[in-house]
Design a protein around this ligand. Sequence first.
Ligand code: PMP
Length: 402
Amino acid sequence: MSEFDFMAYGRQFPALNDEVVYLDSAATALKPEVVIAATEAFYRHDSGNVHRSQYAAAMALTVRYEQARRQVADWLNAPGPDSIVWTRGATESLNLVAQSYARPRLRPGDEIIVSEAEHHANLVPWLMVAQQTGAKVVKWPLAADLLPSPAGLARLLNDRTRMVAVSQMSNVTGGCPDLAAIIALVRRFPQAVIVLDGAQGAVHRPPDLIKADIDFYAFSGHKLYGPTGIGVLYGKPQLLAQMPPWQGGGKMLSAAAFEGFTPMAPPQRFEAGTPNIAGVIGLGAALDWLSRQDRDGAELYSVSLADLAQELLSALPGFRAFRCPGSSLLSFDFAGIHHQDIAMILAQEGIALRAGQHCAQPLMAALGVTGTLRASFAPYNTRRDVHRLAAAVEKALTLLRD
Ligand code: PMP
């Protein structure tokens, strides 16, 4: 067990309480006081829109808003703030890539390789653009260790491959594929780009985008202790520069007339309309806060909680885990019992976790289940939480098997 101070960490989260054991941080993380305070202060004290007005308050807000963009770029070690596009979340970021990068380029017969482990947010945008263009979505099957493997990818890559879409960390198994090997393989096909879904991974291990040579990276603020409704798309500057706007409106253009319009350069060209200013400020506060935390200690600690949960639940008959080692997520079920029945009883016992298909139906099919329960552990959870989970599951099994 690490020396991580989970008590001090947990004290920063006002939503934590004794009645409910919150084990759903993979769905959305609780917010630390500083993020709530920054968002509240914006609504309480700041006035004005960004990038529009000349008075002092609006100008100051624009500076803060753009500082947050720089913060995200530094945090990801991206080449610069212009490679960071604000979106509503990972879902919108991935749709932006599909509609603005892929749609104008894809031709009938082109291939988009998508791993079988993907959340629907990193599958459906590709199915939609395939329908629109005549391209084909190719399944990259999971290997026995529940990860999409480089060997499996090597068998699928070819001269028709245009995109490879994979997540940094699965929201079901917690598995993190071997990115370095995957990127090295994709780079052998210069016409192919790699799109990395960082919705789950960003909070655990933000990638060094330059070193990893990632083309597009998407994540959501709310899983990273930030507000909902704000997310990021990182794109390599040379790729963003080739992409047309996908939504039209205010502040994405430099000239407009009835004959047409001239889009601004990235990232503004992708940010039509009044943005989520409070979200950007809250995300900036979250990153600032995160940079002051013992992140390695926090990660080891969260994983140790998932390990303990797996150990305790393994003692119960019928337990099956769908978990990659070293993950802070534990997806599981019990043979012969429906996951929703267990979830109902857990809810009554004050255990907040997610049960269902986790927006990953192809992965559920690959695992041979109709759904799972998923306990996701964060650094504000405790060993007591794990024991409460195990006791509640035991009670549920007793009730359901009687
Ligand atoms: N990808 C993965 C792996 C996720 O877990 C999620 C959120 N559950 C998403 C994408 C989509 O994120 P959002 O709903 O915040 O856009």
